[in-house]
Write a protein that binds this ligand. Structure first.
Ligand SMILES: *[C@@H]1O[C@H](CO)[C@@H](O)[C@H](O)[C@H]1NC(C)=O
Length: 378
């Protein structure tokens, strides 16, 4: 390892799997049916190529750039960029294969190259949302469901997860971690996920812990280029003009002492052996992960789970000691919509782990996740 890798977003996405993205037909929001359709190496390939697919055309120039007040570091710049419009076809239109990862038959997937982001800069915070023309978030409240938004920095080498992978040769992708690693190193262009996530809580998050002695950020080099892909569902029978918004904060250059951050994901079942997930409807359950062996020194920054509706929290343990809890936040006005007179609440966000967790080679990492469908109906 050339430098201390830092891992964040324990359950977001990494090279092989974006699968955490919740599926979304309104009446069927769990992962049902996906294993059958998506299982095997074909799925893995489609996810891999989807993740690295470069949308055609020239980079999109931001429609607007608005200065905001820095939050994490007073020396930083914070901006709200808006790109678009992009057309999201009507619900009753034909939903063909698009650019990027598409897991839902009712969705549309598309993307673009983006310009307007900082160059040779260290990003402390970045959050992307699908937005309306005025910059407000477009969400289930406005009849749009965001499966995921992915932004990839082309030219930046990916920082590997600092834990030993668990799966053997099986798992939903049908490929082994070593094969995935080989694909990444030999076939895939040098690229790092900058933002990845979905649901109605926005995508992305912080690469730094505010106020911490541990200084970290995501470095974008001068020569790097940025692109995004997204998978969206339109709940209305009319086309919609939608926009991509990015709220981000950065320092110029790469200030001394700052550690570079990589985004990684590990799945609570160890290797996503099954995407099908059916928590019982009549009682709460706790899902326990296997034990991961830490293989690099560094810090875990801003661990944020990706839970499915019904999820309560995710707890992280280091060498058996409880080091953080992240709770799901349900149903803000943006994450709520009436469907056939029934209130439909989705997870709208998470309380992230707010401290930098020091890890070193040989440590053991585990997590648990509580689900309770008696509290949160699907
Ligand atoms: C979709 O629904 C709208 C509104 O009901 C209708 O005007 C339109 O023709 C429909 N389009 C298709 C392709 O069925």
């Amino acid at each position: 390892m050339p430098q201390s890798p830092i891992m964040k977003h324990l359950t977001l996405l990494t090279l092989p799997l974006l699968v955490a993205a919740a599926p979304a037909p309104l009446d069927k929001r769990q992962m049902t049916g996906m294993t059958g359709k998506m299982g095997g190496a074909g799925a893995a390939f489609s996810i891999l190529t989807g993740l690295w697919q470069v949308p055609a055309g020239n980079p999109q120039v931001p429609l607007s750039t608005k200065a905001l007040v820095a939050d994490i570091d007073t020396k930083a710049k914070r901006e709200l960029l808006l790109w678009g419009p992009f057309i999201l076809p009507a619900k009753n239109a034909t939903h063909g294969r698009g650019v990027g990862i598409k897991l839902d038959p009712n969705s549309d997937a598309f993307g673009a190259k983006l310009s307007g982001l900082c160059k040779d800069c260290t990003v402390l915070f970045a959050e992307a949302d699908i937005a309306n023309k005025d910059g407000s978030r477009a969400d289930v409240g406005t009849g749009i469901y965001t499966h995921h938004i992915i932004m990839v920095d082309y030219g930046r080498k990916m920082i590997d997860n600092p834990v030993l992978p668990h799966c053997g040769t099986t798992g939903a992708t049908g490929i082994s971690p070593t094969t995935a690693q080989w694909l990444q190193n030999n076939l895939m262009p040098k690229a790092s996920v900058f933002i990845g996530g979905g649901g109605s809580g926005g995508s992305g998050g912080q690469f730094a812990v505010k106020g911490s002695d541990v200084k970290s950020g995501f470095h974008i080099a001068e020569k790097d280029s940025m692109l995004f892909t997204t998978e969206l569902v339109n709940y209305d029978n009319w086309d919609k003009e939608i926009y991509l918004r990015l709220d981000y904060e950065y320092l110029t250059g790469k200030p001394q002492g700052y550690l570079d951050v990589g985004i990684g994901a590990i799945d609570v079942d160890g290797c996503t052996a099954s995407l099908e997930f059916h928590p019982p409807s009549d009682r709460a359950i706790t899902i326990k992960s296997p034990v991961w062996e830490v293989i690099a020194d560094g810090y875990l920054v801003r661990i944020t789970p990706h839970l499915h509706d019904g999820g309560v929290d995710a707890k992280i343990f280091l060498n058996g000691e409880h080091v953080c809890t992240s709770n799901a936040i349900y149903g803000t006005s943006e994450g709520t919509r009436e469907i056939d007179g029934k209130k439909w609440e989705t997870i709208s966000g998470y309380t992230p782990c707010s401290n930098a967790i020091k890890i070193k080679k040989g440590d053991r990492l585990t997590m648990t996740s509580d689900y309770d469908l008696t509290k949160y109906t699907l």
